[in-house]
Each structure stands twice: as structure tokens, then as C-alpha cells.
Design a protein around this ligand. Structure first.
Ligand code: NAD
Length: 470
């Protein structure tokens, strides 16, 4: 006798098996054992507190060795961690996530960025040095679940702290795998156990319990506006790295083909999930046609006919058109195009369409490879529109121009934490641009690109009388 099994039954069995192997979002995979994971939030904090007490006695030379070991393990595992994140979340591009992991492993500053000031004179010697906070709570996003953990861990440990992580429930496995490897690296060079910890469960309730734990003096949040509001209202010092909606302004003096190529690269990096990625384009009338031709010529962007705009809106926006359809966040452009009956391969990086300045593609952070382009009369109108759509988030902005006065006028007007000229937005993260990197860009609370320095208290130590300067 032949038994007929429906597709839906097969799917149900697969989901059942996957749930047994992987657990549901926010639930620990049953087979997993990660270093630094504890049954309750309280235990995770207390273990980190004890580890930090040992870490206080570790020399700076040894702290540098610990940071070096963390970098090496992150580099060795960059590919595996990228794959784990994409498999677990179903979002982003593995090859781009590898680049992000390598970037934070190599360019997150370590102990060397901590300043020490000394004042010497007739009255003795006064030192100002960077002291740790103790145990920091780091709340991390689903969009960069491994790179943020590497970046935060290096910055916070370099500053002498222990860290309790609260990862996003939908990327718990990727984040805890990263934490586990970093803990192994720390221990391998004689660092304390449990310098990085987390609770077994990853939920918003756990994150909130951790925020209010008395042994946590500092909260660092990387995510949307809700989590930053929650951290800022819990009566402690909080560093808030929040959402952005970065506009790329292209003026008549730009090189249109280079601008088109750079915008595609920055906007489509990891399928538009980085908070810094170009989320919309504002282009002056004199160069708009050439820029659109540049997008077509680039070969890896699909310039959509406006007649298909209603169908695209139906697919990628939620019902009220007040934000993205979560199903398509971080998906490849070809997946979205397939919904429109258009065939493309994975080399197709993005979908570009002309819209007006109030369109949801312009006003909302979509975090998917769909890019709205707004035509404006002139540069002055371009600045006004870009400032309006950035909406005071003060996150990131880009300009393509060869007029240096335009660059500085726009930079002053938009006043974002990251401002990139004539390059993909990721140059502002130190990728193809100078300077260190950070994946926690605290525009909301003003610390900017966070580093070890951000996670320290300044401590003064004055010695009077018993010191001779000559
Ligand atoms: P999200 O806000 O949904 O979640 C971020 C983290 O906060 C998760 O760990 C989540 O569990 C937790 N969380 C959410 N609401 C909470 C609450 N009320 N109380 C306690 N914890 C809470 O964001 P996401 O989808 O994971 O990440 C994407 C967002 O993060 C985008 O808006 C993006 O722009 C932003 N982001 C900003 C930066 C930056 O450096 N400024 C970097 C990466 C991502």
C-alpha cells in the first residue's frame, strides 16, 4: 500500500524536528553548551561580577593578550559565525556578514585607545586614568548578531569590564556561539572564566530584568527606539545606539556613475540591514537622469518601472504601509523580485524605484534591498528633503558631490554622527575608509562610535609632596 504524504505534512514534520534540534526563538538549543550561559539572569550577573573582580588584578599586558586572542578567534571563525547567523535568522548575506565579522575583529580598538593623563609639578603628581564600570549589560540586535557581540566584547573587556549579553531572541544561537568562542579565547591566555555571560533564556523580559539588576551600573543598547527608550528610563547610565534612516544626497557636480556604484554597494551591504546603510537617495534635477542611467549600467540593480510600484508596495510594506513587511527584512533582491514575477539571480543587489519624498520607502527604515529615489529641484531643496527624511535621528548621511562647500553645508545641516563623502556609507565604519570601527553607534546619547574609552569612568589619583619633578 502506498501512503500519500501531503507537502504540508512534510513541512510540519520538518518544523517539529527543527524545533527539537534548535529550540524556538529565544530558547536555548537543547544540545548546546555555551561557556558563560547561566540558568537565570541573576546568576549570569553574579558570575560576571565575580569574573570582573578577578579581572581587576590582571595586568594591562595580559589584558592586551586577551584582546589579541579574542581578535584571532573572531577571525578564525568569521565564516562559521556568518553562516550560523544567516541560517538562524534567515536574513542577510553570508559573504557580507563575514566581512562585518572581520572588520570588527581587526578594527575595533583595544587597550591602546585608553588615554592616561599625567600632571607633574611642585605639588606632586596627578594621574587621570580610565577605570572600568564593572559589569556592563550589552543588549544586541538581530541585524548584526555576531559582529555586535565581537565589537562590544572587545571594547568593553579592553576597558576592564565584564559583560552580560542580552541577545535578540531570534539570533540567540549565533550570539551565544560568538560569546562562547570569545570566552574560550579569554581563558586560553589565562583570563578569568565568565568574563562574558548571558542568561539561558533570551526574551525582552530577561533584558528588562537585567537592566534593573543592582550589580549592573551601565547599559549599552544597540537596536530600535523601543529598547533605547526602555534603557534610558530605568534610572541608570545608558548608552543608546538607535535606528537611523540615512539619506544619500547626490548633487549636480557628482560623478553619476561612481555615485550609482557606491550607493548600490553601501545600500545593499548585508541586504541593507546595517543601521548606517543608505536607505533613500535624494538627487538634484540636473543629474537625476544620469544617476538613474548609472544604476542601470551598474548591472546589479533592478530599476523598477513605476507601473510596478503598487505591487512592490503590496509585497514589502505592512498592511498599513507604516513600515516594512517583516517577512522581507534582510532578504535578497531576487526573492522580492520573484514576488513581482521578475526573475533575477543572487548577484542582483537591489531594487531601485523613483518615488516622492513622503513615500514609505523614504520615510521608513525598511532594512531590505529596496531603494527609493527622490528628485529635487536644486541643492537647497535637496538639503531640506534629506534633513527632513533623516528625521532628527542624527545617525548617518552620505553625499556625492565635487563641491566642497556643498559637502560642508550639508554636513552642518544634517549633523549626523557619521557623514560620508563620495563613498559607500560603510566607509564611515572604517571599511574602505580611515579610522577604527564600531557597530554600536551611539547617536541618540551622543557617544558616537563607541570604543573602550566609552566604557570607562575617568578616575583621578593625586600624590602630593612625595614626588620630585626634577
Ligand atoms: P530591536 O529593537 O527589535 O531589538 C534590539 C534588542 O533589544 C534585542 O536584543 C531585543 O530583544 C531588545 N529589546 C527590544 N525591545 C526591548 C525592550 N522594550 N526592553 C528590553 N529589550 C528590548 O532591533 P533589531 O531588529 O534587533 O535591530 C534593528 C534595529 O537596530 C534597527 O532599527 C537598526 O537601525 C538598529 N541598529 C542600530 C545600530 C547603531 O549602532 N545605532 C546598530 C545596529 C542596529
Amino acid at each position: 500500500m502506498t501512503v500519500q504524504i501531503q507537502d504540508s505534512q512534510i513541512e510540519a514534520i520538518v518544523q517539529q524536528v527543527l524545533a527539537q534540534v534548535n529550540g524556538r526563538p529565544g530558547e536555548m538549543p537543547r544540545s548546546a553548551h555555551y561557556r558563560g550561559v547561566f540558568a537565570t539572569p541573576d546568576e549570569a550577573v553574579k558570575a560576571a561580577y565575580a569574573a570582573q573582580a578577578c579581572f581587576r588584578r590582571v595586568s594591562l599586558t595580559q589584558r592586551k593578550a586577551i584582546i589579541q586572542a579574542m581578535r584571532e578567534t573572531a577571525i578564525e571563525n568569521a565564516q562559521m559565525l556568518a553562516q550560523t547567523a544567516v541560517t538562524e535568522t534567515g536574513m542577510g548575506r553570508v559573504s557580507d556578514k563575514v566581512l562585518k565579522n572581520l572588520l570588527v575583529a581587526e578594527k575595533t580598538p583595544g587597550v591602546e585607545i585608553l588615554p592616561n593623563d599625567a600632571y607633574v609639578g611642585d605639588d606632586g603628581l596627578t594621574l587621570e586614568e580610565c577605570a572600568p564600570f564593572g559589569v556592563i549589560l550589552a543588549i544586541t540586535p538581530v541585524t548584526n548578531p555576531t559582529a555586535t557581540v565581537i565589537n562590544n566584547a572587545i571594547s568593553m573587556v579592553a576597558a576592564g569590564n565584564a559583560v552580560v549579553f542580552a541577545p535578540h531572541p531570534a539570533s540567540q544561537k549565533a550570539s551565544l556561539t560568538t560569546m562562547d568562542l570569545l570566552n574560550e579565547a579569554i581563558e586560553s591566555v589565562g583570563g578569568p572564566r565568565n568574563l562574558l555571560t548571558a542568561a539561558q533564556e533570551a526574551t525582552i523580559e530577561v533584558a528588562q530584568e537585567l537592566m534593573h539588576h543592582p550589580l549592573i551600573p551601565l547599559i549599552c543598547t544597540t537596536g530600535g527606539p523601543g529598547v533605547v527608550d526602555a534603557a534610558l528610563s530605568c534610572g541608570k547610565r545608558a548608552i543608546g545606539a538607535a535606528a537611523g534612516n540615512p539619506p544619500a544626497l547626490v548633487d549636480d557636480t557628482a560623478d553619476p556613475e561612481k555615485a550609482a556604484r557606491d550607493i548600490i554597494l553601501g545600500h545593499s551591504f548585508d541586504n541593507n540591514m546595517p543601521c548606517t546603510s543608505e536607505k533613500e537617495v535624494v538627487v538634484t534635477a540636473g543629474i537625476a537622469d544620469a544617476l538613474m542611467a548609472g544604476f542601470r549600467k551598474a548591472g546589479n540593480a533592478y530599476v523598477l518601472d513605476r507601473s510596478l510600484l503598487p505591487r512592490l508596495e503590496e509585497v514589502v510594506l505592512n498592511e498599513k504601509h507604516s513600515g516594512p513587511n517583516r517577512k522581507y527584512i534582510g532578504q535578497n533582491a531576487c526573492v522580492i523580485l520573484a514576488e513581482l514575477g521578475i526573475q533575477a539571480d543572487e548577484e542582483m543587489r537591489t531594487i531601485i524605484v523613483e518615488v516622492d519624498k513622503d513615500h514609505p520607502f523614504v520615510r521608513h527604515e525598511l532594512m531590505m534591498p529596496v531603494l527609493g529615489v527622490v528628485r529635487v529641484r536644486d541643492f537647497e531643496e535637496g538639503i531640506n528633503v534629506a534633513v527632513e527624511v533623516e528625521a532628527g535621528l542624527r545617525h548617518s548621511a552620505v553625499i556625492h558631490s565635487s563641491n566642497i562647500y556643498h559637502m560642508s553645508e550639508y554636513g552642518r545641516a544634517i549633523n549626523t554622527t557619521i557623514f560620508v563623502k563620495n563613498a559607500p556609507s560603510y566607509a564611515g565604519l572604517g571599511f574602505g575608509g580611515e579610522g577604527h570601527t564600531s557597530f554600536t553607534i551611539a547617536g541618540r546619547t551622543g557617544e558616537g562610535m563607541t570604543t573602550a574609552r566609552t566604557f570607562t569612568r575617568i578616575r583621578r589619583c593625586a600624590l602630593v609632596g612625595a614626588f620630585s619633578a626634577v
